[in-house]
Design a protein around this ligand. Structure first.
Ligand SMILES: [Zn+2]
Length: 603
């Protein structure tokens, strides 16, 4: 039997999180409504006349907000619920009603804004807080603005970004949330801004004596929809630890779900926040014996600023825990081990990449330091124990990507064994068929890089999981098919979690019409021509069909057969199928049905 993780979860009545003691937190409970834009939101079209304001600095501007717990301590010491015990410091300059100065705030869960300097009447220079106890990784921003004026054009310029390239140069727009728009019109996070430009800070580069690395700026202009509104700006749709706790709390109060889902605490993070692990599989006596099932391991949010990974995860869980026939088939045939948030501390404090150890956890999977890197040490240990009991068919870690559009996967590559080399590409290829307007197979890479040996992907592959992947969902949007040039919404990200489940079904029981599809054939022929010698040309067919029939034989022996999608689609009318699915996924499920009916859609 599978060895049990630590404790059964007892949720507090309201979500609570532990913070490093130096962090000051405001008392306000911040929640945002969920909303789907009526039409996909287009990328920003640069005119070429965007301004590139250079940093003015504190000397010539007015500091209107300053919050910097990152440099108070050099390393993590203690944590407590709610952070600092000291009374709340006023970090925003006093606002008079006649004053048009914006009021900034970021001292809340996942918030990140270090400083705001007013450099013109409606012009603000912003710096982001580096990851705690490091001097790096400025990328994620999420802060509140009050005292807005409608009809006024404001400019915001973040001046301490460190990446050379950014999707903000390819049409990505920042996100805006207006509390009044949410309350009055039910509108949530939306893309906003004009004059968007990402560029190098020239003044800094000229200063050759400076030790500081070259910095980059992101500038944009913005009009707020209402006077005296409370608004939020963010790099991506926030997804906090508290939100995950509320989600898990909801699940744990549903007896049907709890009959096939066990929720446990895998370990405590450095700050003492629980890292949750879910075991999802059918348990009825007439179903398959758990020990004969293969396992699938799915994790997310090792990088706290990659909130898109959590939205994909929520879509994945919505589907897998739902009452559809497909979800039932998956639960009957697999044991799912799911760690929905690997780095809760980083998420709580608003880091972009690191844990409170000041390190990137996704470079430390090989660690022996259980106490310094508990989240990844215990995850790897859990997988090792799982592998002792059963075969782990697939491992996937959900991430966000900051430089490329679309969704894609990184896999590993077995050098010298061409048959394995191709097999590792099958799942991503099928994924690209199921999400053809979002997922790009061309962007997938299959490598075992020396400098990435500490990643979950490579360390799990080295443990022996052949299909070991990182799935990267862009911060931007799609360049494919009918979605070309549009941003991803939260529903788009969730639909990828659903596509992931559907691909798992296909992977184990492919629809023959699809396996024969010319697109898959041409992909593989192209790949074979390019990367493998001509002698291996026929391997594709051998691999595709041996792979499928092998699995089917095994499944048949268990007297519980996975149904192909064609079969699944044929069993019920489309309407009945989509109504059985979680509501949020209906849009994508209809597009998949369409895809199957007309398999010759363009790239
Ligand atoms: Zn990442």
């Amino acid at each position: 039997t599978l060895s049990e993780p630590l404790d059964i979860v007892n949720f507090p009545t309201s979500p609570r999180s532990r913070w490093p003691i130096e962090c000051e937190i405001i008392g306000d409970i911040i929640q945002h409504i969920e909303w789907e834009p009526p039409e996909p939101e287009p990328f920003y079209q640069a005119s070429g006349h965007e301004e590139e304001p250079m940093p003015v600095g504190e000397e010539r501007g007015k500091v209107v907000y300053s919050n910097d717990p990152a440099i108070k301590h050099h390393y993590f010491t203690f944590s407590r619920f709610g952070g600092s015990t000291r009374p709340e410091r006023i970090s925003t300059s006093q606002i008079h009603t006649s004053d048009v100065t914006l009021e900034f705030e970021s001292r809340f869960e996942s918030g990140n804004l270090q400083k705001a300097i007013q450099v013109g009447i409606h012009d603000y220079e912003l710096t982001l807080r580096t990851d705690m106890y490091t001097a790096k990784h400025t990328q994620w921003f999420y802060f509140r603005i009050r005292n807005t004026r409608a009809g006024v054009t404001y400019r915001f310029t973040i001046t301490n970004l460190m990446k050379r390239r950014s999707l903000y140069s390819q049409g990505l727009k920042p996100l805006l949330y207006s509390e009044r728009a949410a309350k009055e019109n039910g509108v949530g996070w939306q893309r906003a801004g004009s004059g968007i430009r990402y560029y190098r800070n020239i003044s800094q580069a000229r200063d050759e004596n400076s030790d500081s690395a070259t910095l980059f700026s992101l500038t944009w202009t913005l009009q707020f929809p209402y006077d005296s509104d409370t608004c939020y700006l963010a790099h991506c749709y926030p997804y906090t630890y508290s939100r995950l706790q509320r989600y898990l709390q909801r699940i744990s109060s549903n007896p049907t779900v709890m009959s096939f889902c066990k929720l446990r605490v895998l370990c405590q993070s450095l700050a003492g926040n629980a890292v949750y692990v879910m075991t999802i599989t059918s348990r009825q006596a007439n179903r398959l014996n758990t020990s004969s099932k293969k396992a699938v391991v799915v994790t997310a949010r090792v990088h706290p600023g990659e909130t898109n990974g959590s939205w994909v995860m929520e879509g994945f869980l919505d589907f897998l825990l739902g009452d559809s026939e497909d979800a039932q088939i998956l639960r009957d045939n697999f044991v799912f081990k799911v760690v929905p948030m690997l780095n809760p501390d980083g998420v709580v404090v608003g880091n972009y990449r690191c844990s409170l150890a000041g390190r990137d956890l996704n470079r430390n999977y090989k660690t022996l330091l259980k106490d310094s890197f508990p989240c990844v040490w215990h995850t790897r240990d859990m997988v090792k124990r799982l592998m002792a009991d059963t075969e782990v068919l697939l491992y996937c870690d959900f991430h966000g990507h900051n430089r490329k559009n679309n969704v894609f996967m990184y896999g590993c590559s077995s050098r010298g064994d061409a048959s394995l080399t191709l097999k590792e590409r099958v799942f991503p290829l099928m994924m690209s068929k199921n999400a053809s307007n979002k997922f790009s197979f061309k962007s997938c890479k299959f490598r075992v890089e020396k400098n990435k040996e500490g990643t979950g992907r490579i360390s799990m592959w080295k443990l022996g999981i052949r299909n070991s992947y990182t799935m990267e969902a862009t911060f931007g949007g799609s360049t494919l098919d009918d979605r070309r040039g549009t941003h991803f919404s939260t529903q788009d990200l969730k639909s990828l979690g659903f596509n992931f489940c559907d691909t798992l079904l296909d992977f184990c029981d492919p629809d023959k019409t699809k396996a024969r599809d010319h697109k898959i054939k041409s992909y593989f022929c192209h790949f074979v021509k390019k990367k493998v010698s001509a002698a291996h040309h026929s391997l594709f067919w051998v691999i595709t069909y041996s792979h499928c029939s092998l699995l089917q034989k095994k499944v048949k022996k268990k007297k519980k057969r996975l149904k192909s999608r064609r079969e699944r689609n044929g069993l019920q009318p489309d309407g009945a199928r989509s109504s059985a699915r979680p509501k949020v996924l209906q849009r994508s499920s209809t597009s998949i049905v369409r895809l199957v009916k007309s398999p010759c859609c363009s790239d």
